[in-house]
Design a protein around this ligand. Sequence first.
Ligand code: LLP
Length: 453
Amino acid sequence: MTTKENEAAALPLASIFPIASDISPAGHLRIGGCDTLALVERYGTPLYVFDEATLRHQARAFLGEFSRRYPDTTVRYAAKAYINGALARLFAEEGLSLDVVSGGELALALANGFRADRIEFHGNNKTPQEMEEALRAGIGRVVLDNYDEIELLEATAARLNVRQAAILRVGPNVDPHTHGHTTTGLLDSKFGLPIPTGQAEEGLRRALAAPHIDLLGIHAHLGSPIFETKPYPQAIAVMADFALAMKQMHGFDCREFSPGGGFAVQYVTDTPAPEPAIYAEAITSALRDAFTGRELPLPHLSIEPGRSLIGRAGVALYTVGSRKEIPDVRTYVSVDGGMADNIRPAIYGSKYEALVAGRPLAAAEETVTIAGKYCESGDVLIRDIALPPLKAGDVLAIPASGAYCLAMASNYNLALGPAVVLVAEGRARLVRRRETYEDLMQRDVFEDGDVIG
Ligand code: LLP
């Protein structure tokens, strides 16, 4: 194929790979103008490549689509989807706020210049230490998850002599039809206080009575990823009923409102995800209707997208190693990563697509199973995928790997954390170096032991 033909050829799976992906003159997969084989040459594999154009595009899409329809909106990036120093800086630069769920995420955000008042603290079991760190930092919002947290926040705020802005997480009992592990808005959930049982009301009553808590509104997060839009209006109606009842019974003014995050991204060809505009339309129109219909003043809206801001931006690159054909059963092709850097297929049965980075246009000729290198049979990245014949040394690119892969990575088998690069306009920046054997050992201590107790 000539260079000209290569340039003209469309990248397969283009809607799943990052926006700035194409085919290089050499016929290789290119992301952010960088040839992926050259990236591998320089940084090794497994390598996570994040496309800056996609990150900024998604941030602007959520900010733009929501605030165009509902100007009083805050977009908080849910850091749990994946964060590092460079990403925190990039999202701060784009004007996003942040949702953190641990002292660690908070510390990283603060260390990278995220303003504390733009950060919200989530989680169902914040420790006393984390609560204190958050309040001392001047955190913008604490999301109260349960009765114990209301007590903990009141005690901490009283001790530090501050009045802390907070919102109450409620459970609307709406099914988002996600994997059971990632469904949160149903009655049987560890998160939030359910509305139907009266516990949300009791929590609200307690928070309102707490002198050092300034309760501004209510929050619900239904699950993730939510491929339908319908659960959002359903939950918004239940929550607006609750807001109205709480106004009538307790004089509560619901000034802030959050339907959480959970917006989907496309992982595989046959399951496209709604665009940000579709979610924005569903949520803002439902919120306006629900509140004006009940003669309640329109609240400030806050949304918490995680996956949808970062999922498409990230591509995982692996090197193919061994290959095993079991006649009439299956062909295993193993790569140099797997469940230590992406545990999603193992725990949710998540599905992915893949391309051979060096020949993205080559025809699929065989069906193989892409296995990881870790010591567990469940360590399979993709079961039964049609690909061109793969041999040792080929580089396999798995798109839509930006969210919840590195965030849930482990050192299983003492795997080294992958390197992470940010690419834009033909330049690559290493933003997190590959872990080393020394890193693995540096927390081991050898002491004589103290007498305890
Ligand atoms: N807000 C709250 C309160 C959440 O719990 C979450 C996600 C989000 C926002 C962001 O959801 P997103 O927009 O990213 O869907 N490990 C799973 C996903 C767990 C999601 C946890 N909470 C996965 O790999 O699919």
